[in-house]
Design a protein. Structure first.
Length: 343
């Protein structure tokens, strides 16, 4: 068995080889978090350490690059098209956009591709929700929960449990992770089939229902200026086509170099602290507890097809609009498309 590659601490440039392929890593001693004494090389070593757990979650997906050439506190820019020159072994995903423009996104299929992308100055990873063989049919539904001004992480944790409850009423199991920034992500593994727009519609219906049930805690208001303070935003719009979220195990460009970390639901409570999950603590947590995000890859997936028809009726109810003739679909059993029960 081949030894895993290593990245030295006393060199600025190194060629990493895996099998017959190689990539050059540069500026390894460049400060990326000067206050923490962390360099670009430390970032690359982190991703090398977590690669066995991370790679299955990003493989076969187009990757949007968010590049920080001067480190976490410096300016950044987004990049979709794979830069040239690029290694001949790097796989790409061609996606046609509305303008007819076709963009070749990089894909992170293995450790060497991961190091190549991070070496561009990418701190976090932002993969597409759908795999490259059908970029309009995602294999999970999710909620991005972030605070409005004045809201605490404890409130976001409370909101996450409310999301878990409403999903449970529909027979949907969910997983939770920190964003690594200010909030939490709740994911549901789904059977591929519904389009991204259909998944977005269901997420919107559930977000509106959550806001109706818990107006003191949750808002689904999309317009930032109209969001009430001290609330959790159930951001359904992150399910839209072409949007991305920071992947699991992504380092975030925060002052403490926090990491988007999978949690058990028991950990989601008042004592949760974002800064406990960092670039220097995550590898040991992963070794001790394994990949808590692994169920998102497994065969147990939920068919949300029967929920799509009633979703429009749920939106009307959550918006306070009298139901139309089609609203009766919400009376079926949960697996046939039942609306969540009223709180």
């Amino acid at each position: 068995m081949a030894r895993p590659p290593s990245i030295p601490r006393d060199e600025d440039t190194v060629v990493v080889r895996i099998g017959s392929r190689a990539t050059t890593l540069t500026n390894l001693r460049k400060p990326f978090w000067p206050a923490l004494g962390l360099t670009k090389g430390d970032l690359l070593r982190y991703y090398l350490a977590v690669a066995p757990a991370l790679l299955p979650h990003v493989r076969d997906r187009a990757m949007v690059m968010k590049r920080y050439p001067d480190g976490a506190a410096g300016p950044f820019f987004f990049m979709k098209r794979t830069p040239k020159p690029r290694p001949p072994w790097l796989e790409t995903c061609a996606i046609e956009h509305g303008s007819g423009n076709v963009i070749d996104f990089p894909m992170i299929q293995d450790t060497l591709a991961l190091l190549w992308v991070i070496n561009l100055g990418c701190i976090d990873l932002n993969p597409w929700y759908a795999r490259c063989d059908d970029v309009d049919r995602p294999d999970f539904l999710h909620f991005d929960l972030d605070p409005t001004p004045g809201a605490s992480l404890a409130q976001i944790a409370q909101a996450a449990h409310r999301v878990r409850e409403i999903l449970g009423e529909l027979g949907l199991t969910s997983l939770v992770k920190t964003t690594g920034s200010r909030g939490l992500h709740v994911y549901v593994p789904i059977v591929r089939g519904p389009t991204q727009k259909e998944v977005w519609t269901l997420a919107k219906a559930l977000a509106f229902e959550l806001a109706r049930r818990h107006p003191e805690l949750i808002t689904a208001e999309y317009r930032v200026a109209r969001r009430p303070p001290q609330h959790a935003v159930a951001d359904y719009n992150q399910n839209a086509w072409g949007r991305t979220l920071a992947s699991v195990y992504s380092v975030r460009p925060t002052p403490r170099a926090t990491v988007s970390t999978p949690l058990t639901w028991d950990e989601v409570g008042p004592s949760l602290r974002m800064e406990d999950h960092r670039i220097d603590t995550l590898p040991a947590r992963l070794r001790a507890g394994g990949d808590l995000w692994k169920p998102l890859l497994g065969p147990r997936r939920h068919d949300i097809g029967p929920l799509l028809g009633p979703a429009a009726g749920w939106l009307r109810r959550a918006s306070g609009v009298p139901p139309g003739a089609s609203a009766g679909g919400s009376r079926a059993k949960p697996r046939a498309g039942r609306a969540p029960r009223s709180a």
